[in-house]
Ligand binder design. Structure first.
Ligand code: FES
Length: 317
């Protein structure tokens, strides 16, 4: 398996940041500058015994990274380890930043976050504020004690609107006027799956088009597959070699078995590490990372989870 750039970092600070969240500040172990990143980027964090987990970067300073992690009740070990085992001064292995959630250009940008889904959108909001763009950040929380990044949100002034469901101001209880005005806008959203699904449905009801909607998930969607998987073939464009992908294999598994190096991280269609070009054939997109625009173009595929509608896919490998 081809590894993405792995970086050794030290946890230089571990702080509470709103109820249930911990803010980790990471600096390079060898005092070398960390690679730059753009708003919306995430890193993989190696969790002992659990594998890699993806967290959005929310740093403001160039010489360190910050991630904010919620202790997830559905944790499979990642957030629990970061909250309960990791201490300031410990080392961590992380990946270089990867960004499949870039800030789109639009005359007006609406950012909708719930809970810790704020982390990528806060960095986007700050970038928009720095270029005096037209934007509003709507943040949805259950209660006031969950509020993280208080000072950074305060500097956004009236661009940041905070809604508390304890004050009957959840998205289900009240639709903000901003959401009723889709014209010439981009809608970017991040948060728990239920929030994102509800927001997408609401936005479409209000007239937003799919290509105006941008989101990122770090947990695979729970939507059940209604169609059984079937077999197909893949061809490696550079060599012409063909391989069969059976109904119970992923493309990534077949490539790895054949000794072909590909980059893998989440292996659940969320992080974008394994996105590969498609030169011919019709991909059956099963991921949560490609945009509607990328899906429609049909010129790339997420190898760890997606399949093919056509008998053959030619991969740009
Ligand atoms: S490895 Fe993360 S999307 Fe495929």
């Amino acid at each position: 398996m081809k590894q993405t750039d792995s970086l050794a970092v030290t946890v230089i600070a571990k702080q509470s940041n709103g109820a249930g969240n911990v803010l980790l500040t990471l600096a390079s172990e060898d005092d070398q500058p960390l690679p730059p990143f753009t708003p919306g980027a995430h890193i993989d964090v190696e969790i002992p015994g659990c594998g890699k987990r993806q967290y959005s970067l929310c740093s403001t300073a160039a010489n360190h990274y910050q991630i904010c992690v919620r202790l997830d009740a559905r944790s499979t070990g990642g957030s629990r380890w970061l909250h309960q085992q990791l201490a300031a001064g410990d080392g961590l292995q992380i990946s270089s930043p990867r960004n499949h959630f870039p800030l789109p250009q639009a005359p007006r940008t609406l950012l909708f976050a719930a809970g810790i889904g704020l982390t990528p959108l806060l960095v986007m909001a700050e970038a928009l504020a720095a270029r005096q763009a037209d934007f509003t950040l709507h943040l949805y929380l259950k209660r006031a004690d969950e509020l993280a990044f208080c000072e950074r949100l305060a500097t956004l002034g009236p661009h940041a609107v905070i809604h508390y469901s304890s004050e009957s101001d959840s998205l289900r209880q009240r639709i903000p006027d901003d959401l009723k005005q889709p014209h010439n806008s981009a809608l970017i959203y991040c948060g728990p799956a239920g929030f994102m699904d509800h927001l997408q449905q609401l936005a479409q009801q209000q007239g937003w088009k799919l290509d105006q909607l941008h989101s990122e998930r770090f947990r695979p969607s729970d939507a059940p597959r209604l169609v059984a998987d079937s077999a197909f073939e893949i061809e490696i464009a550079s060599s012409g070699a063909r391989f069969a992908v059976s109904a119970d294999q992923s493309i990534a598994e077949v490539l790895e078995d054949a000794g072909i190096a590909i980059e893998l991280s989440c292996e659940q269609g969320m992080c974008g590490a394994c996105i590969t070009g498609v030169l011919a054939g019709d991909p059956d997109h099963r991921d949560d990372v490609l945009s509607q625009h990328e899906r429609a173009a049909n010129d790339c595929i997420v190898l760890c989870c997606s399949r093919a509608h056509s008998p053959l896919l030619v991969l740009d490998l």
